[in-house]
Design a protein. Structure first.
Length: 391
């Protein structure tokens, strides 16, 4: 995710967005089904909503149901307000005092958002087990007697991942209170980013599908067992892959160009199967105290040459702008906040006689999709080389 969200010029005006908080004991999917039925929407589970805190340099993911109402050009989000790491997307200070928080946020974006929001609230009130539903933004302005003394209401500052701060009321000198007492800049920037990058673009990479032997899988399990008490997330065997070239977020138009370029290079350069020899386990140090465990293998000049040719060809067409060294590896697990640092060095032992040679699949264009904080890799194209071109 682009860390410099402040550089994004938002197309979303604060006048065309409504944010509604919902507290309920109903599970997400059941709530979606009830809203779809009552409100005539078609909310579906979408990619996780990415939220970025610039001060902490931290990205968090929240479950995301999305629907676009074409006739009204109205975007509908139902976001889980709390994720698997117990982080909250939007905090309400009054609820937090009661040790509560909104369970879901319903966000409407479009010119008819206020009318639809009113209708939505009335619909949701008819659902059993809704304990609270309230418009977070825009805030209602109190109807008071103009001749009477007015007290400006305290505003909530909805900075993501921070406690809401009370804004001290200013003295009113014959002035109407401002309409926007709530800062929603961060959430608008997050929505902007998701709409412009993660929701309508594909996160792509070129790579190889792998099928490892039972012997090698046993070696992997033995390695992972060493970290039994750590916060470790293992990669499922069906997701094992070797990345040839990470491309990143790509539009459909760019993707079609990439397919043509890669096919041409493979027909010139990749005319026989590539074998690799897996000979041990190693680790990467990543940001946020994350450690990635991976299978390493003997240097393979064919693989390195192929990576170089593809990257150069894509750069020449302005389809690739990532400055990253190519370190071939097969990720098997990720560890968060590793406590016992000595274990990292313990695993760096070569397999020796247990080294294993495996044949790589044809090159595949993968899409990386994250839903409910779980990543999967969908095959978009398998690049088969015609037999008459193979050596």
């Amino acid at each position: 995710m682009n860390k410099e969200l402040s550089e994004i010029n938002s197309d979303i005006s604060s006048d065309e967005i409504t944010i509604i908080g919902i507290s309920t004991s109903i599970a997400g999917l059941s709530l979606v089904q009830k809203i779809n039925s009552l409100f005539q929407t078609n909310l579906k589970l979408f990619r996780d909503f990415e939220s970025y805190d610039k001060e902490l340099d931290q990205i968090s993911f929240f479950k995301n149901y999305y629907y676009y109402n074409s006739p009204y050009r109205l975007k509908n989000f139902l976001l889980s307000n709390k994720n698997n790491e117990n982080l909250i997307l939007i905090k309400d200070k009054n609820l937090l005092k009661e040790k509560k928080a909104f369970d879901y946020l319903y966000i409407l974006i479009g010119r008819d958002h206020l009318r639809h929001a009113t209708s939505l609230i009335q619909s949701i009130k008819n659902i059993p087990n809704i304990s609270l539903i309230r418009t977070i933004y825009p805030q209602e302005t109190p109807n008071t007697n103009p001749s009477a003394k007015q007290k400006e209401p305290k505003a909530q500052n909805l900075n993501l991942f921070e406690s809401n701060l009370e804004v001290k009321p200013k003295r009113v000198v014959n002035k109407k209170p401002k309409k926007d007492n709530v800062s929603i800049t961060n959430i608008i920037q997050d929505i902007d980013y998701n709409l412009g990058h993660t929701m309508y673009e594909k996160r792509l990479f070129l790579g190889f599908k792998l099928r490892l032997s039972d012997k090698l899988l046993c070696q992997i399990n033995k390695t992972i067992t060493c970290f039994g008490l750590e916060d470790i997330k293992t990669i499922r065997p069906e997701n094992y892959h070797l990345t040839l070239c990470f491309i990143g977020n790509t539009s459909k138009k760019q993707m079609n160009k990439i397919k043509v370029i890669v096919q041409g290079i493979l027909e010139q350069e990749y005319k026989k199967d590539i074998d690799i020899v897996i000979n041990g386990v190693d680790f990467f140090e990543e940001r946020d105290n994350m450690v990635s465990l991976y299978l390493k293998f003997e240097r393979n000049s064919e693989l390195i040459n192929l990576n170089h040719k593809i990257k150069e060809a894509l750069k020449n067409k302005n389809l690739y702008n990532i400055n990253r060294d190519f370190i071939p590896h097969i990720t098997i697990a990720k560890i968060k906040n590793l406590r016992d640092k000595t274990k990292k060095e313990d695993i760096k032992k070569p397999f020796g006689k247990e080294s294993e040679r495996i044949k790589l699949s044809p090159v595949i264009l993968f899409e990386s999709i994250t839903i409910d904080n779980t990543t999967r890799y969908d095959v978009l194209q398998l690049f088969d080389i015609p037999e008459h071109l193979q050596l």
